[in-house]
Structures are given as C-alpha cells and as structure tokens.
Ligand binder design. Sequence first.
Ligand SMILES: Cc1cc2nc3c(=O)[nH]c(=O)nc-3n(C[C@H](O)[C@H](O)[C@H](O)COP(=O)(O)O)c2cc1C
Length: 178
Amino acid sequence: MDYFELIAQRESCRNFTEKAVEQEKLVRCIEAARIAPSACNSQPWSFVLVNGGTLAPKTAKCLQSLGMNKFTDRCPTFVVVLEEKATLSAKLGGKVKDQHYAPIDIGIAAAHLCLAATAQGLSSCIMGWFDEKKLKNLLSIPQNKRIRLVVGIGYAADDKLREKKRKPLEQILTFAEE
Ligand SMILES: Cc1cc2nc3c(=O)[nH]c(=O)nc-3n(C[C@H](O)[C@H](O)[C@H](O)COP(=O)(O)O)c2cc1C
C-alpha cells in the first residue's frame, strides 16, 4: 500500500469484531513505534501489550469513566504507552527551548504504531481518556510513571471508511513570504 493510501485508510475504529489479534502483527506495530523519531533520539517511551485473555476486558473498564469509550468492551487488544525518562540532552534542550518534547515524541510513535496496524489489515483507536491510577494498578505499572496513551487494536467489524472531517487546508496552511 502506498503511503497516501495508508494514511487515508487509517481511522479510529470503535466497532471491533471478537477476532483475536496475532501476536506477531502486534510486535510489528511496536517495532514500527520503536523506530519513530524523537528529540535527541531520546525514545522516552515503553509499551505494555494487553492481548486478549481476562486482562483485555479489565483494561477496557479503565477507559470507560463518564460513559466514554464503551466500545472498548469489544476491543481485543490494547497497547498502553508509557512515558519514560528522556535523555539528559532532550531534557536540557527542552528546558532551554521551553518545550516538553516527550509527549510530542510519544504522539509520533503512536502514529507509527497505528499506521503499522493499518498496513497489516488491523484497525486502531488512540485513546487519551482513561483512569490512569486504575490502569496502573491493573497492569502493575509503578505509580510514579505516566501513561500517556492507550491504543486499542483489533479487526474492524465494518470496513467502510468514514469521510475525514478536517479543517480545510486554507485554514491551516500559510505560505511564508519575505
Ligand atoms: C491524543 C488522542 C486522544 C484520543 N482519545 C480518544 C478517546 O479517548 N476515545 C475515542 O473514541 N477516540 C479518541 N481519539 C480519537 C480521535 O477522536 C480521532 O482521531 C479524531 O476524531 C479523528 O478521527 P479519525 O482518527 O477517525 O481520523 C483520540 C485521538 C488522539 C490523537
């Protein structure tokens, strides 16, 4: 699949089938995230894979406060994305430039991961709405770490793509002039 076809095919899936996801496909998704770029090559991330079993429905419950993310009850797999310590150079660079690079890096890695899922016929949904404390307890993640994202992965029940609702290009693009 050509890159532009791939990014057009990726959409957030909220209707998964029960079909289990092959572990090797998931490892390829993490491999795609692993080679993502990051500030000073700091790679401030790690991934916890919840693939099926009794942990997947328990993970889903950690994403559902205030009636959100109910669809995750039918999501067979989750990748929990943790922020790890940045390297000294990335931290220093961020301080000098008043930037926090780690969440930016993690967003890029998550994009790599989701596109790798699409390339293998899987669907995904990035989620930023979760009960962090509950999830850490469930997965034995130390309380001092931050969970930045959870990505649901599975096979879509429906392969019809939605129209992409986005701001028009004219609104987001300006051509710098001298
Ligand atoms: C950081 C982040 C957090 C998100 N959190 C959620 C979420 O908790 N639940 C959900 O259903 N979708 C979530 N999404 C998916 C967005 O709603 C979705 O990407 C956006 O509406 C564009 O639609 P598309 O992904 O289908 O192209 C999140 C996406 C991002 C990037």
